[in-house]
Design a protein around this ligand. Structure first.
Ligand SMILES: [Zn+2]
Length: 275
């Protein structure tokens, strides 16, 4: 029996992610794994936020700030239909996969919260939001989430975009931990506000890009066996993150093979069980 552990974090960011949940549960059964899903309760995007993010990114390039690792295009990940649905419908994500998330919970998967009532707004603006602004984005999401899944949950910030005030609100409302940074050693930090444990992701490409997505985009040749071994941190566990839109589509085979390699050296756990 392997003494090391690994957890798989899946952030539900888009309509395509939400629509993939049934297949994700089947994949988990096929791999005999339990995943930790984090749901954004509101809309995937905000058009003004998307434009401002584009501008900020191109500004970063102009300033020659180190660029993130290669990743797949939105078209490769969501497909044309997925992009159209995301932009034109832009429904709240939770109602789309509420049934599957409740089933997932009853099957032993972990369900956590991923930001507030708009993934795009959080990703673009949360860092600089005031206490009042973050409260209006986050509290309705906490209320609806805890109504369905109870207190004692984990939280992940969209785009690793951190707002310290959010940690106070989360700590007050039954959040047990966050997962808001990357550290290959796997050392769990504490947030300065709220004193919540912050479980790191141990494997991500530069710029906190989903490692397996970058693996495909940059034609990496390193074996999955070697990557799986390296990804277990000094504290005996690995925590990985990805998205259902990728794992249920272009990343399916790679993700499956990666988990098979991980299972040879480590035991599958939920993120909350790494505490
Ligand atoms: Zn996200």
């Amino acid at each position: 029996m392997a003494s090391s552990a690994f957890a798989i974090r899946m952030d539900i960011d888009t309509i395509v992610c939400a629509n993939s949940m049934n297949n994700m549960l089947q994949l988990a059964d096929k791999l005999d794994c339990r995943f930790s899903f984090y749901i954004n309760m509101g809309k995937a995007i905000s058009i003004p936020a998307a434009i401002s993010r584009r501008l900020a990114l191109s500004n970063d390039f102009n300033k020659s700030i180190s660029s993130p690792a290669k990743k797949l295009s939105i078209k490769q990940k969501l497909g044309i239909r997925g992009i159209l649905k995301t932009v034109l419908l832009n429904n709240n994500l939770f109602p789309i996969c509420k049934k599957e998330l409740l089933i997932a919970k009853s099957y032993g998967h972990e369900i956590g919260l991923h930001g507030g009532m708009n993934h795009g707004i959080w990703q673009s603006y949360a860092k600089h939001m005031t206490d009042i602004e973050i409260t209006s984005l986050l509290v309705p999401a906490i209320d609806e989430f805890t109504y369905h899944f109870g207190r004692s949950f984990g939280f992940t910030s969209p785009g690793f975009s951190i707002n310290p005030h959010s940690y106070a609100l989360l700590a007050k409302n039954g959040c047990r931990y966050v997962s808001d940074h990357v550290d290959i050693t796997g050392k769990i930090k504490r947030t300065t506000i709220g004193e919540l444990p912050d479980i790191p992701i141990t494997l991500a490409a530069k710029g906190n890009i989903d490692f397996l997505e970058s693996y495909i985009a940059s034609n990496t040749i390193e074996s999955l066996e070697s990557i799986a071994k390296k990804s277990i941190g000094h504290f005996g566990y690995g925590a990985f993150y990805s998205h259902p839109c990728f794992v249920n589509n272009v990343g399916n085979k790679l993700f499956t093979n990666f988990v098979i390699e991980l299972k040879k050296i480590a035991t599958n756990k939920l993120m909350i069980d790494l505490l």
